[in-house]
Structure formats: C-alpha cells, structure tokens
Design a binder for this molecule. Structure first.
Ligand SMILES: *Cc1c(COP(=O)(O)O)cnc(C)c1O
Length: 377
C-alpha cells in the first residue's frame, strides 16, 4: 500500500464540479485580481472566524509581513518568535527590517513557552508572534498579560490553524491581528499561492488594505509606501467553495488524530500529540515524538522509523528538521546548538504521519500496523 502524506487529488475530486464552476465564473467575468470572488471569500472567512475584517493576500508569508508592517515594525525593532516554526514566521520581522528574537517551545504542545518569552524581552522588543503550530492554539492568555505588562503588540501566525480554538474562541481575532496561509497543503488550501490578514482593528485593516495594493486607496494615488500583495480572483473563488467544507474536514482530521492516538498509545517510545485543555486542535500536522532516552538515541530511532515507514509506502515528514536559531541565514544572530533544547528535540526526534481529511480507516490502520511491526522487530 502507498499512503501519501497528503492527498490533494482526493480532495479536489470530492468538490470537482463545484470548484470548476467557480473557477469558470472568474474566467468568464475576467476579475483575475481581487474582485467579487475575493471579497466574498473575505466576508465569509472573517465570519467563520468571528473576526471583523479579512484581507486576502498573495501568500501567508506576505500576510506575515503585512501584519508587522501595518503595525509599524521597522529597523532597530525586535520581534519575538518561536524557534520551532516554519521560517516564514521570521520573515515577517526581517522583511520589516527588524530582528527576530527566538524563544523555545513548550515540551508538550511545541508552542512558544510564555514563561520564556518574558526573559527574551529587551528595550527594543516591539512585538510577539504567537504561532498556532501544527494546528493547536498557542497559550494566549499569559502572552496577552506579558504583552500588556511590557507594552508590546501580540499577533498570531495562524497559517496552520484555520478554525482552531483557544478557550472556546476561534483563533484569528484574539490578538491585534493574525495571518493565515492558503498554501495548497494547509487545512484550507488554494490552487496556488494565497493568504490572509484578519483583525478587529479598523484602522489597521485600512492601513494593511493600502499596503496590500501599492499604498493606495484610489488608483495611482499613493499615500504611503506599499507593495503588491493582492489575492488572485481564482484563488478567492476556490477558497470560497472550500471554506464551506472546512468544518467537516476539520472534524475528519480530528477523527484521524483520535484513531492514531488510540492505535499508538501503547508504544513506550512514541509520544503522541497532546491537545491542551484550552485548545481545539485542528491537526494541520500530526507529529509524534520518539523517545529512546538520550536525544541522540531518540534521533536515531526517529530516523530508523522514518526509513522503515518510507520503505513500506508510508510517506512521512519532518516539521521542522532545523529550528530557526540553527538556520544558516540567521548565523549572524549568534545562536548556538543547545540554546533551545525543546525546539531541538522536536526537530531531531519528531515525525509527522500522513494527515488529511480523506484518510481512510484502512490507511490509518496500515500506518499503525507498520509502526507496530517496526517496534516488534
Ligand atoms: C505555511 C506557513 C507560512 C507561510 O505561508 P505561505 O502561504 O506558504 O507563504 C507562515 N507561517 C507558518 C507557521 C506556516 O506554516
């Protein structure tokens, strides 16, 4: 059996005629950039997340940049970001000319550890980016308190967390602003690049709307510096169709996770993901951690299991193999191995199993069986 890490074809097939018709409509009315399809999607996506405003963008990375740019982050500023995340979280800061300051994650949720955030604050700190990693909300309340106490701006990188909840409230409107990604493999994926900014702050919304389109609110009148970060009409149309199914697909992901949890609970060396009491996890990724005593041995076990599963047709992933503080591009910031042990641990001993809504029981059981076989050898 061959089990893909994610099956975009199965997903497309499940909505083919509907999404084809929506794309055809954009072709027919030639609204290729922004336009009605994007506006409709922005309206429905903000409603789905109970947040006032949504702006469709050209990618999640661009949304990360727009959020901090709109908030006035610039050269000389420091922005606190988790060490364990996708690199684009840090690009938000660097594209503004600011410096990312990394903080370790919690060993159980893999999200930024609020206790460690406070220690990373300096006179230059302006903002904190809370990433809802793997689809689980960061612990926001302590971060909100820290931000208030030190007069910092707190924002969310919700690229992996469409419809995720924190204490019963949807992410995306719980801080000053949030960024989402519609990269095809995300829980809500476009058929190309796409992202969004959400916020409840009207002034910030108006500013980011200008930044997204050449610093203008009227064509060819450029009030402020800007860029071209617009969403394409076809992406808006695709996303509008897919959004209707997102809640159902999220339930399916949670059900896959529950089956993995059950099937893997008796392996002493496998740590399954923990859903925090405050979170509704949407399982963008299902990341297990191998534990074989020392980090070195856990890393070896992880690599062996990864090879075994790959040889048996189970496609797995690493999220992420190199924490941000160990990336070549941030060498100048002076971090070293050992600075963030929890982030290094999930990088070296974590393994992402196939996770997508269309996974069948047969496929899930096959993955579990293969893991069983690996440990019985
Ligand atoms: C995917 C992702 C992004 C970037 O989104 P793109 O749409 O690929 O540019 C940013 N942050 C995180 C945490 C992500 O997972």
């Amino acid at each position: 059996m061959n089990i893909p890490f994610l099956d975009l074809k199965a997903n497309y097939n499940s909505i083919k005629s509907e999404v084809n018709a929506a794309i055809q409509q954009v072709l027919d009315n030639t609204a290729y950039i922004l336009g009605a399809s994007v506006q409709n999607f922005e309206r429905d996506f903000s409603a789905a997340h109970q947040v006032k405003y949504c702006l469709g963008t050209s990618s999640g990375t661009d949304a990360n940049h727009l959020v901090l740019w709109g908030l006035g982050i610039g050269a000389g500023d420091e922005v606190i970001v988790p060490a364990n995340t996708f690199i684009a979280t840090a690009w938000g800061a660097t594209l503004c000319g600011a410096t990312p300051v990394f903080v370790d994650c919690d060993p159980e949720t893999y999200n930024i550890d609020p206790a460690k955030v406070e220690k990373a604050i300096t006179k230059k700190t302006k903002a904190i980016v809370a990433v809802h990693l793997y689809g689980q909300s960061a612990d926001l309340d302590p971060l909100i308190d820290i931000a208030k106490k030190h007069n910092l701006i707190l924002v969310e990188d919700a690229a992996q967390a469409h419809l995720a909840e924190y204490k019963g409230k949807l992410v995306g409107g719980l801080t000053e602003a949030a960024s989402f990604s519609y990269y095809p493999g995300k829980n809500l994926g476009a058929y190309g690049e796409g992202g969004a900014v959400t916020t409840n702050n009207e002034a910030l919304y108006n500013k980011i709307k200008k930044l997204r389109e050449h610093g203008q609110s009227q064509k060819y009148y450029h009030d402020i510096l800007g860029h071209n970060y617009r969403m394409e009409g076809i992406q808006g149309a695709v996303l509008e169709v897919k959004l209707k199914y997102l809640s159902k697909w999220t339930d399916a992901r949670r059900s896959v996770a529950a089956k993995y949890n059950e099937g893997l609970k008796n392996f002493a060396k496998v740590i399954t993901p923990k859903e925090a009491s405050y979170a509704k996890h949407v399982y963008h990724l299902y990341v297990i951690q191998l534990n074989d005593g020392s980090l070195e041995k856990s890393n070896q076990l992880r690599d062996k299991l990864k090879d075994f599963l790959t040889q048996n047709g189970v496609n797995v992933g690493l999220h992420y193999p190199i924490p941000l503080h160990m990336q070549e591009c941030f060498k100048n910031l002076g971090y070293k191995k050992g600075d963030f042990p929890n982030s290094e641990k999930i990088a070296e001993a974590g393994l992402s199993l196939p996770m997508f809504p269309e996974l069948t029981d047969e496929q899930i059981n096959y993955v579990i069986e293969k893991i069983k076989e690996f440990f019985s050898k």
